[in-house]
Design a protein around this ligand. Structure first.
Ligand SMILES: Nc1ncnc2c1ncn2[C@@H]1O[C@H](COP(=O)(O)OP(=O)(O)OP(=O)(O)O)[C@@H](O)[C@H]1O
Length: 330
């Protein structure tokens, strides 16, 4: 082999991100001519192969809308969404179905996410059947074992299981067909605290074993800190700050992230930071403010530029933050 060929063969080719959203928007029309809600307003987000990215933000910031779009349950109204390198925004139904094997979802309410009329073995076998994989008792038992459930659970119905057991079944169903990305929408928030830790440990083990990437939605910063190496902070349908979780929480650049972080109980107890209390209500998504969407509640607003001009994403650490305070002084 020539030297140049050896270099070409040996050069690592970076995997494309499993998820790359750019300028992603989703608008909902309100019934009765009541205007529209801009649930997502130009989201830029990337999830690398095998990486775990947390999505945090207040209620109504658009977390579930983004999760449902990525999982193929909802279409975006604008922008680009690439999954495993393929553009999804304008993909045909056939193409979207083909990709459903690679992207699976874990839901917040584990019991409601299972069909109450189906025994567990049918629920777990369903994605295997859909994708033409062996779906017998042995495969189901193997998946149940992988999520820490005995094989007799296969014969039971959701109402015979605890919330934690239902979530284990939901996880078995999600990993069944070997996805490359799991979208987990508040997967532990409906569970007792002791069960939360068990489910988080299970997800951590599976992630290491299977190398699956996660888009992990949680309002609990402690959970995100535990599970995710990267985090994106959503406010009114926009990513305000993103970067490595440790860096973002140790030294948040955006005033909204600073407020969120200062309100997290674990952070305050451990580091005795001063709590930043945001004044005013979050703006209504039907009527987002001009300029920086955070300016109406921002404790460090610097003036008209915040009210009038939308801040560009400024590099911060290995991510970005959208705040005029970070702009280089001209
Ligand atoms: N089907 C819909 N029709 C109209 N508005 C919707 C619809 N789905 C979501 N919205 C609106 O879009 C905005 C974002 O909602 P979304 O559920 O994505 O937020 P979230 O951050 O997940 O909130 P939560 O933490 O409360 O679940 C909200 O204002 C919500 O009312």
């Amino acid at each position: 082999m020539t030297e140049s060929a050896a270099v070409a063969v040996g050069t690592p080719v970076a995997d494309p991100p499993v998820l790359a959203a750019s300028g992603l928007t989703r608008t909902f029309r309100l019934r009765g001519g009541g205007g529209e809600v801009q649930a997502l307003r130009g989201v830029d987000l990337s999830v690398g192969a095998g990486a775990s990215v947390g999505l945090v933000g207040e209620s109504g910031s658009g977390k579930s809308t983004l999760a449902r779009i990525v999982a193929g349950l909802l279409r975006p109204t604008g922008g680009s969404l690439r999954l495993l390198g393929a553009e999804m925004a304008d993909a045909s139904e056939r193409r979207r179905r083909a990709l459903s094997r690679d992207v699976q979802m874990i839901f917040q309410d584990p019991r409601a996410s299972l069909n109450p009329r189906l025994p567990i073995h049918r629920t777990v076998a369903e994605p295997l059947r859909t994708h033409g994989l062996p779906a017998g008792r042995a495969e189901v038992a193997r998946l149940l074992d992988r999520v820490g459930l005995p094989s007799r659970v296969a014969e039971l119905y959701p109402h015979q299981l605890s919330g934690g057991q239902c979530q284990r079944v939901g996880i078995a169903r999600a990993i069944a067909a070997g996805p490359r990305l799991i979208v987990a929408d508040e997967p532990v928030s409906a569970l007792d605290v002791s069960v939360q830790a068990q489910i988080l440990n299970l997800l951590t083990d599976l992630r290491e074993e299977l190398g699956t990437a996660f888009l992990f939605i949680s309002h609990d910063l402690g959970v995100v800190r535990f599970f995710c190496e990267r985090v994106a902070v959503l406010y009114l349908g926009e990513v305000m700050e993103t970067g490595a979780t440790d860096a973002v929480f140790a030294a948040p650049r955006h005033p909204y992230t600073q407020a969120l972080e200062s309100a997290a109980p674990a952070v305050r107890l451990a580091e005795r930071r001063h709590r930043i209390v945001l004044q005013g209500e979050p703006p209504r998504p039907e009527d987002p403010p001009p300029g920086c969407s955070f300016h109406t509640r921002c404790p460090v607003r610097i003036g008209p530029v915040c009210d009038e001009t939308e801040p560009a994403p400024h590099p911060a650490g290995d991510g970005f933050a959208r705040c005029h305070l970070l702009a280089p002084v001209p």
